[in-house]
Design a protein around this ligand. Structure first.
Ligand code: C5P
Length: 225
């Protein structure tokens, strides 16, 4: 069973996917974390965001997501280094979005996401995969697909609260501008743009609590099991 959850920045995907995975006893596959780790590698190695640079850089990178068995939280490793905290910064988010428009990056991520999911599902476990193209490109046959949306204001407030909780200064106006820029880039790119799969359930989370969102996902999974 693969559950695909897509949507723009701050739409509630991460909390919903993580908690749904926990309820279902499955794997939380945070594909944004994978793109963020790759984006960080571009920054760390001072590489331009071009296909040519990506074709050389990406094969030298290993991105691993280590799930914590009890919490569904993930430790993210880039070439063995723990980058769990570093990938959450504003610059890492922008770098992720720029790297995510490049063919060599998308190809490598698609292969690795499918391999991880195949491994889990072959052991009878559910996978709750969160990102931008889970239902549209990576797992087009997923029996449950959600596309989360929310007002830009609500999304900016959530992201600012996330950053503040991590001790980063978060100006809501700046956060709003950054997520709008990222959404625009993610929606308009040629490869795997951010869009709802035709068979996705569109859920507006503006006025929903995380518990209500998780409940919707879990109930939908129960109906197809
Ligand atoms: O979800 P998160 O904000 O962590 O994602 C960071 C960036 O990674 C997104 O803005 C998007 O450009 C990219 N991404 C993607 N495809 C995915 C997941 C994330 O292009 N499946």
């Amino acid at each position: 069973m693969i559950v695909a959850i897509d949507g723009p920045a701050g739409s509630g995907k991460s909390t919903t996917a993580r908690r749904a995975a926990q309820r279902l006893g499955g794997l939380y596959l945070d594909t944004g974390a994978m793109f963020r780790a790759i984006g960080l590698a571009f920054l760390d190695q001072d590489q331009p965001f071009t296909d040519a640079a990506a074709a050389v850089l990406v094969p030298s990178l290993t991105v691993e997501l280590d799930p914590h068995p009890d919490t569904s939280a993930l430790t993210v490793r880039l070439n063995g280094d723990d980058v769990t905290e570093r990938i959450r910064s504003g610059p890492a988010a922008q770098a992720a979005s720029r790297a995510a428009s490049l063919g060599p990056v998308r190809d490598a991520m698609l292969r690795s996401q499918r391999a991880v999911a195949a491994d889990w599902t072959s052991h009878g476990r559910a996978v709750v995969a969160e990102g931008r193209d889970m239902g549209s490109v990576v797992f087009p046959d997923a029996p449950v697909k959600f596309f989360l949306i929310a007002d830009i204001e609500a999304r900016a407030q959530r992201r600012a609260a996330d950053l503040a909780a991590r001790g980063e200064t978060a100006d809501v106006d700046q956060v709003r501008a950054e997520i709008a820029e990222r959404d625009r880039r993610d929606q308009n790119r040629a490869l795997a743009p951010l869009q709802a799969a035709p068979d996705a359930i569109v859920l507006d989370t503006t006025a929903l609590t995380p518990e209500e969102q998780v409940e919707r996902v879990v109930q939908t999974v129960r109906t197809v099991q």
